[in-house]
Ligand binder design. Structure first.
Ligand code: OSB
Ligand code: MG
Length: 371
């Protein structure tokens, strides 16, 4: 296979409900849609789901675009490859910039599985016909507003509810949600905001009584030691997200006991090729995984669904229905969750039709390279 043309569309979609984490609030998202064309005219789609601001990771839409056009596009155009892993060797010497790489890796997998006439999930080695969906709920203006959101999503059948927490919005909302939904699978995500202090240790130990399925990334991404120290005093498993950006980080997490569960994000880890390797590594070490999200549009969401069909994705993934975030997605049909389960598509490639006209209508800037 040979990529002869690359299009990059910076596309903006409004969120149906504003989303606030421990670092900031968003009302719309700009993601970069990647379209690769091979010499036969076949098309592969990917999505660079980087945030606009460097508050989750150091990448932004602007840095991803820069790295894509200056380094990745010139490396892949005209390069012969048979598997996505082979194409990924062309950008392996670029340090970091996982979100940018992920968009191209996803598009390569979309082309590859399409050419083999098999679903992306099957090409990846997936074994599930449907995957369990969890939902991620942002910080709200009041506990009542949060309870309304939780109740809506519990009623919709979501298998797990994740609550964003930050200092001052932690024990209170968790206690209220637990009281109202005693049996619901609930977990919390701090996005690395807590300081490594005795006060935080006491607070996290206080969370033990609520039977949460995990506490996601309480401390800063690179602080494996603090996570290991905390995990040793907690019953609740710690799950790492931002802290794990490559396979070596998984080795560090395991060696130090810095967590018992891993959130694998296609974007954060540089694509489906690395995400699948992360799945295998975690499986061999007995670490259960789930697939995290970056509020992906339909293309990235389809990749997340396919990845979640691998056997060691044993906790519900952040693969909520498109409608949780977008009034109209860029794929058809949109991703739907029936009773908290998303059906893994059985058609070739991504398994959803991409809507080029809707992408164009919502595109802020477009660049094309090659033929
Ligand atoms: O930490 O998992 C996170 C969204 C943007 C950035 C970071 C995170 C999230 C989410 C939403 O929690 C997950 C989703 O896409 O549904
Ligand atoms: Mg997270």
């Amino acid at each position: 296979m040979k990529v002869v043309g690359v299009s990059l569309f910076v596309t903006r979609l409004p969120l149906v409900h504003g989303f606030e984490t421990s670092s900031h609030r968003k009302s719309h998202l700009d993601h970069i849609v990647v379209r690769l064309t091979d010499e036969s005219g076949a098309v592969g789609w990917g999505e660079i789901a980087s945030a606009s601001d460097p508050f989750y990771s150091s990448e932004t839409v602007d840095t991803a675009l820069l790295v894509a056009k200056k380094y990745i596009v010139p490396a892949i155009i005209g390069h012969e490859w048979e598997t996505p892993a082979e194409l990924a060797t062309t950008w392996a010497r670029i340090r970091g910039h996982e979100f940018a790489k992920a968009g191209f890796d996803m598009a390569a997998w979309s082309l590859y599985s399409g050419a083999r006439d098999e679903p992306l999930s099957v090409a990846l080695g997936g074994t599930r016909a449907e995957v369990a969906a969890g939902v991620s709920l942002g910080i709200e203006s009041s506990i009542d507003a949060l309870l309304t959101e939780v109740s809506r999503h519990v009623d919709a059948g979501y298998r797990r509810v994740k609550l964003k927490i930050k200092p001052g919005w932690d024990i209170g909302p968790v206690r209220a949600v637990r009281a109202a939904f005693p049996k619901q699978d609930v977990h919390v995500d701090a996005n690395g905001i807590y300081a490594d202090t005795d006060e935080t240790t006491a607070l996290m130990r206080g969370l033990d009584e609520f039977g949460l399925s995990m506490i996601e990334q309480p401390y800063a991404p690179r602080n494996f030691v603090a996570h290991a120290r905390l995990q040793a005093t907690l019953e609740t498993p710690i799950c790492l997200d931002e802290g794990v950006v490559d396979l070596d980080d998984i080795g560090t997490m395991i060696a130090l006991g810095a967590g018992r569960i891993l959130n694998i994000k296609v974007s954060r880890m540089g694509g489906l090729t690395v995400a699948r390797a992360a799945h295998d590594l975690a499986r061999d070490a007995g670490i259960p995984v789930w697939c995290g999200g970056m509020h992906e549009f339909g293309i990235g969401r389809a990749a997340n669904v396919a990845l979640s069909s691998l056997p060691n994705f044993s906790y519900p993934s952040d693969v909520s229905a498109s409608e949780k975030y977008y009034a109209k997605d860029i794929i058809d049909p949109p991703v739907t969750a029936l009773d908290g389960m998303v059906t893994v598509p059985t058609g070739p490639g991504l398994g959803y039709a991409v809507l080029p006209d809707w992408i164009s209508e919502n595109t802020i800037s477009h660049e094309h390279y090659g033929v």
